[in-house]
Unconditional design. Structure first.
Length: 369
């Protein structure tokens, strides 16, 4: 009873503290913060929408910006007026754009989740060895002809399955020790170096053609994505991102420290491993189709955090929107900068992401992340 009276007294004092001007100032600052967050997400979505239309319009068969969305609407409504442009837009170019949106948003969301659950600003899909595992699977299929599943999707299936191997190794190590941040990061780094060494050995006996194919896959590209690829990718990416969004409150608790999270009812070890499993599946479903696209999962969360803050409930969708926009912009730059040749999107994201990341390092010097 006494504790209840103390709580009521504290609430009354808080509500009554400060002048009307101070309360109005705090309320105005809150509204301004909300407006900034909404504007940031809205601008990212708008940029993605505009760049998507431009990406569909460019190519050997030129289509105007407005006609791209007209053709999409006609196809959806079943009222196709130009079968040639409909085929170019819907069958050839739209899957690449949708795949870019899925890949960019998924990698950014995985970056947010990993940085939050590992409390490490450098965490992304490379940290836990997912990318190196996918690279080894693709190299085995291309250079050595070792495939788990034959056919046109042999490289994709190999990359997907091998990208999950680091996650299973980390789970095994965590069971022997514990699912601490240090254990996961150290195990991921060890697996990454091991798989990179295997990659190097395989390339020593590869033919020139195989080496060229491995290089093309390793730098990341949206070229060649079709509706079947996008459908499979979406089947993993969308449910995975929804699940990560649903546990955003628990991620917030985890960022306050393991002990604090436990006191708030979070089973830290089990939750961290579950998040690792979800992010691994999402990232693997992207990497196996696009190859290794760097810096999206590393840079996008930090830039979004500058506008949104550290609340994962808003940071996750904001990073997804920004990641989709950035990857589409990078893809368009790669297609037009040395036209008619194409610069792989992974190269462009590295050129864009590396200077931005260096700026963030300098900007946050001595102040933490």
């Amino acid at each position: 009873m006494v504790s209840g009276d103390l709580v009521e007294k504290a609430v009354d004092e808080w509500l009554g503290s400060g002048s009307d001007e101070e309360r109005d100032s705090d309320l105005s600052e809150y509204h301004r913060s909300v407006l900034i967050k909404c504007v940031f997400i809205g601008v990212c979505v708008l940029i993605a929408f505009v760049v998507a239309g431009f990406a569909i319009s460019i190519g050997e068969y030129e289509i105007s910006f407005t006609d791209t969305y007209i053709r999409i609407w006609e196809h959806i409504t079943g009222n196709v007026t130009d079968t040639i442009e409909d085929g170019v837009v819907w069958r050839m170019r739209l899957p690449r754009v949708i795949g870019g949106v899925l890949a960019g948003s998924a990698l950014a969301v995985c970056g947010v989740a990993m940085q939050s659950m590992l409390k490490n600003p450098l965490a992304d899909t490379y940290t836990t060895g997912i990318s190196s595992g996918a690279s080894l699977g693709a190299t085995l299929a291309i250079c050595a002809g070792v495939t788990i599943f034959g056919g046109d999707y042999s490289v994709v299936v190999n990359a997907f399955l091998f990208s999950l191997v680091p996650m299973m190794m980390i789970l095994a190590v965590s069971k022997m020790n514990n699912a601490s941040v240090t254990t996961i990061i150290m195990a991921g780094i060890a697996v990454m170096y091991l798989f990179n060494a295997c990659n190097t050995v395989l390339k020593l006996w590869a033919t020139d053609e195989a080496l060229a194919n491995v290089y093309s896959w390793s730098v990341g590209s949206l070229t060649g994505l079709m509706w079947d690829d996008v459908t499979v990718m979406a089947a993993f990416v969308i449910p995975g991102m929804v699940l990560i969004q649903l546990v955003s409150r628990q991620l917030n608790k985890l960022t306050m420290g393991d002990e604090c999270a436990r006191s708030l009812g979070v089973d830290v070890e089990r939750f961290r491993l579950a998040c690792l499993l979800i992010t691994s599946l999402v990232a693997a479903s992207v990497v196996c189709f696009t190859g290794l696209i760097g810096f999206i999962g590393l840079v996008c969360p930090h830039i979004a955090r500058m506008f949104i803050g550290s609340d994962n409930r808003l940071l996750l969708p904001a990073s997804a929107a920004f990641g989709a926009a950035l990857l589409l912009v990078a893809d368009v730059i790669g297609r037009v900068i040395i036209s008619p040749n194409t610069l792989q999107v992974g190269v462009v994201t590295a050129f864009i992401g590396a200077p931005i990341f260096l700026y963030l390092v300098v900007k946050n010097k001595g102040s933490g992340w």
